[in-house]
Every structure is written in structure tokens, then in C-alpha cells.
Design a protein around this ligand. Structure first.
Ligand code: SF4
Length: 466
């Protein structure tokens, strides 16, 4: 009998990817997804530890789940970074939780579920010696025309505010051959765009497809992107999240050479002050960052930037904050995420004295967000009258409309039939709204041009022969 699985995903794209893979692992055990938590035989909370009070939010969600009830024998599991950080403490505070598992152990979920259904309490938060990715089944089911592909995981940078090195462990890069096989299979399934994921994705250094390792053998992210660009059907490549230290010359040149590599890069800097960057252990200066942005724009003039900022890091003075504002003005972001610093237990910065008062943090955040919002509005407005390549993804709100993505991740609404999904089209942008661009298809893979070939068969412009 089919059992029902409900997964609630918190946080980043890596967690979204992990949840999909958990679903793949459990599909082999007869679990099918449900959207209703109360119907599920197995509920998984795939948690994130980045935001403030992350653990408390998980405990209150657990309380709600318990109160809502579920089928006889229902199992509750907590996975992800909060599970890794809290470990057995979760079962002390919420004894009705059956399984606690870290982000590196979910390839063993089938075994954990089996043990839990026999009444065993399961806590698996060790970093296993075997590589998780070697033990995951092939991805199942079609996931539209864009797909996440994890290529790297973990982090050795130890920024003083961040929990990732403690919850995800040391950097690990998947072998290039396995990644290319996965993307070839996705392309056969209709995927046109891949988002390569990793906590430090541009630190990627995986074994070459022939198995060669070491500095001479390992592939960099640039090398991997060049190989992906040769896979038939893959029209777009993106990657996130990058660290300025790993933005090597070969990766910058790949942006010059590969039209598939999108001219939109999320490159967090966190602060514009060298003093604060040092206290954060970022291992780069503001000038290093600006040099990378300049170089990227030199080789790819249409490159747009996205970033992350933390305001009110311990010891941040008015002058430090003004340095951040100057950096933002100099870069001009298409989009950016900004947060007030809040201490994460177990990280070095949590113990620093000289914490910035809350009202000062709030005032600085407001000023920074005003500037970033103005830049985002200006960037979107600059799309009016431009011709953009758009990957059509899904039907729009109104009949006869489709929504796609621009190279800069903006939603673009056009008139097109549902069968145009998955096609790359050229769109002339007429109007810009708060959340989307509107335009007209002027070329590309839709409508398909019919050409009668020599043998009398009909070919269409998108390369499909019918
Ligand atoms: S590089 Fe990113 S993931 Fe690694 S410690 Fe710093 S902020 Fe965290």
C-alpha cells in the first residue's frame, strides 16, 4: 500500500534540493508525496539554521503537528541543519519525534524509517565516512524545465557569524562524471536550465571524469561549466552560492566564453568595511570584491550582480557602515538580501563583546534596504524596450499566458500556449511591474517553424523532428 510523505522545507535552495532527494530515497520504499501534513504517514521537517531563532520555530511547528494529529503509526522526523546542531536535544524537548537526522545522512533514510517503525528512537547526526551522493538513487520524476543539481557541499571558510561549517561539515565536491551523467539524464527529460548548488559552489574541485585527482586532475567549476555547456538541450547554467575568494580567473573567463552561463551572479560580500570583513574572517577585502565585479563586467558587460549583507556585526561603527553603503553604490545591485546581525550559538562572533544596539542595527538596515530597493527598481525599469532571452516555464494567471524567466531571474509574462513550455524565446519587453516584466515573443524556439525536409518529414525550429 502506498504510504504518504509530507516534507516541509525551510531555508535555502540546497534544502529544496535535499528534500527532493529525500523524496527520491523514500519513493523506493513506497512513499508518495502529499500536500497535507495530517494525512501523512511520515512527516519530515527539513530545517535551516541560518535565520534567528531557527530552533524555536522548529519546536513550535512540532507542537502544532502533534496537536493536529495524523494516521495511526505516523512517524515524525526532523532533518537538516537544526537537527545537526541540536541532535538528541530535539528528542529531549519533543519526545514524540521519531527520527533526528543531519544533512549528510539522508541517503540512509529508508533504514532509519524502518528502525523507527519498530519503535526505535533514531538519532543520526554523525558525519558519515561514506559520501552521501554515492548512495542516492537517480532522481525520479520530471521537475519541469529547470533543475537543481548539487555539485559541492559544506564549507571550510569558517566565517565567524556562520553555522554552516558546523552543520554541513567540510567541503566535498562530487565527481564531475556523476554530475555530467545526472545532467545528461535531466536534459533527456526536458530540463533546459540547471542551477548548480553548493554552500561554496565555486570552490568546486571534483575528480575528473577519468577519475584523475589532485591539483592537476581535479576539475574546477569553470571546467565543469564548459562540459555542461556541451550537453544537448541545456540552454542555461547558473550556480550559487559563490565566495569571492574562489572567483578564479578561469571562472571569470568562462562567463566570457559560454553563452549558456547566465550573466547574473550571486556573490555575497556581507560588508564594505575591511575591518569588519576581517572580524568576519571573510578572507578578502572590499577592494578584492570590487576588482572581481569589474573584471566580470569587463568580460561580460551585461553582468548583473546580486549579494548578501549583514548590518550591525559586533564592533561595526558608523564609518564601517558608510563603507558598506559606498560599496553598494559602486556595484549597483540587481537584487540583494540584507539582514541585521544576530548571534548564532556556537559561532565565534556570538561571544564578541561590542554588540551593536538593536535600534542602531534597525536604522542602518532601513537605510541599506532603501538603497538596495531603489537599485532593484532601477534595474528592472532598465529592461523596458530591451529584447531578452526567456525560458518559458509554466502557464500564467490568465488563459493563453505563459511565464518564463529572464537571464536575471525576473518573471516574464507573454502570450503563448501551454505547449511552448521549455522553449527559449526572444521577448521584447513592453512594461515592467513590481513583480514581473511583460512582453511579446519576437523570435527563438516558438512558434516552431515548419520545414519540409528532403524525405518529406516535417522538422520544427526547436530541433524536434516529428
Ligand atoms: S563561506 Fe558562506 S557557508 Fe562558509 S562559513 Fe562563510 S558564510 Fe558560511
Amino acid at each position: 500500500m502506498t504510504k504518504k510523505l509530507y516534507i516541509k522545507t525551510y531555508g535555502c535552495q540546497m534544502n529544496v534540493y535535499d528534500s527532493e532527494r529525500m523524496s527520491d530515497v523514500l519513493a523506493a520504499q513506497g512513499f508518495a508525496p502529499t500536500e497535507v501534513a495530517e494525512d501523512a504517514d511520515l512527516v519530515i521537517l527539513n530545517t535551516c539554521h541560518i535565520r534567528e531563532k531557527a530552533a524555536e520555530k522548529v519546536y513550535s511547528d512540532l507542537g502544532r503537528l502533534r496537536a493536529a494529529g495524523g494516521p495511526e503509526g505516523r512517524l515524525i522526523a526532523v532533518g537538516g541543519c537544526v537537527a545537526q546542531a541540536e541532535g538528541a536535544e530535539i528528542r529531549t524537548r519533543a519526545p514524540f519525534v521519531d527520527i533526528v537526522f543531519g544533512p549528510q545522512t539522508y541517503h540512509r533514510l529508508a533504514d532509519m524509517v524502518e528502525r523507527a517503525s519498530r519503535g526505535q528512537a533514531v538519532v543520526e547526526t554523525d558525519f558519515p565516512t561514506e559520501a552521501k551522493f554515492d548512495h542516492l538513487p537517480a532522481a525520479t520524476g520530471r521537475r519541469g524545465h529547470t533543475a537543481f543539481v548539487a555539485v559541492q557541499e559544506g564549507c571550510d571558510k569558517f566565517c565567524t557569524f556562520c553555522v554552516v561549517p558546523y552543520t554541513r561539515g567540510a567541503e566535498y565536491s562530487r565527481p564531475a562524471g556523476a554530475i555530467l551523467d545526472e545532467i545528461r539524464a535531466l536534459a533527456v527529460d526536458g530540463v533546459r536550465e540547471v542551477m548548480l548548488l553548493g554552500q561554496n559552489v565555486n570552490a568546486y574541485h571534483g575528480a575528473a571524469p577519468d577519475g584523475a585527482r589532485g591539483p592537476a586532475g581535479d576539475w574546477t567549476l569553470a571546467r565543469l561549466a564548459r562540459a555542461i555547456a556541451e550537453i544537448d538541450g541545456i540552454a542555461r547554467i547558473r550556480y550559487t552560492t559563490s565566495h569571492p575568494r574562489d572567483m578564479g580567473g578561469d571562472l571569470i573567463l568562462a562567463h566570457r566564453d559560454l553563452p549558456q552561463l547566465m550573466p547574473y551572479l550571486h556573490l555575497p560580500v556581507q560588508s564594505g568595511s575591511d575591518r569588519i570583513l576581517k572580524a568576519m574572517n571573510r578572507k578578502h577585502t572590499a577592494e578584492d570584491y570590487l576588482r572581481i565585479v569589474d573584471r566580470l563586467r569587463e568580460v561580460r558587460p551585461d553582468m548583473a550582480m546580486s549579494g548578501d549583507f549583514i548590518v550591525g556585526f559586533p564592533g561595526e561603527t558608523d564609518a564601517d557602515f558608510e563603507a558598506t553603503m559606498r560599496l553598494v553604490e559602486r556595484v549597483g545591485y540587481a537584487l540583494a538580501y540584507s539582514f541585521k546581525y544576530s548571534p548564532r550559538p556556537g559561532t565565534p562572533a556570538a561571544d564578541l563583546e561590542d554588540q551593536v544596539p538593536e535600534d542602531v542595527k534597525s536604522e542602518r538596515l532601513q537605510r541599506l534596504q532603501d538603497l538596495l530597493s531603489a537599485q532593484q527598481r532601477a534595474f528592472n525599469a532598465s529592461m523596458t524596450g530591451r529584447r531578452l532571452p526567456v525560458l518559458l516555464e509554466r502557464p500564467g494567471r490568465h488563459a493563453g499566458q505563459m511565464v518564463g524567466r529572464s537571464p536575471y531571474m525576473q518573471a516574464v509574462v507573454v502570450d503563448a500556449p501551454a505547449e511552448a513550455a521549455g522553449r527559449m524565446v526572444e521577448v521584447d519587453i513592453d512594461t515592467v511591474n513590481s513583480f514581473s516584466l511583460n512582453g511579446r515573443i519576437t523570435g527563438g524556439e516558438w512558434p516552431p517553424a515548419e520545414i519540409v525536409t528532403g524525405n518529406g518529414r516535417i522538422a520544427v525550429s526547436a530541433g524536434v523532428v516529428s
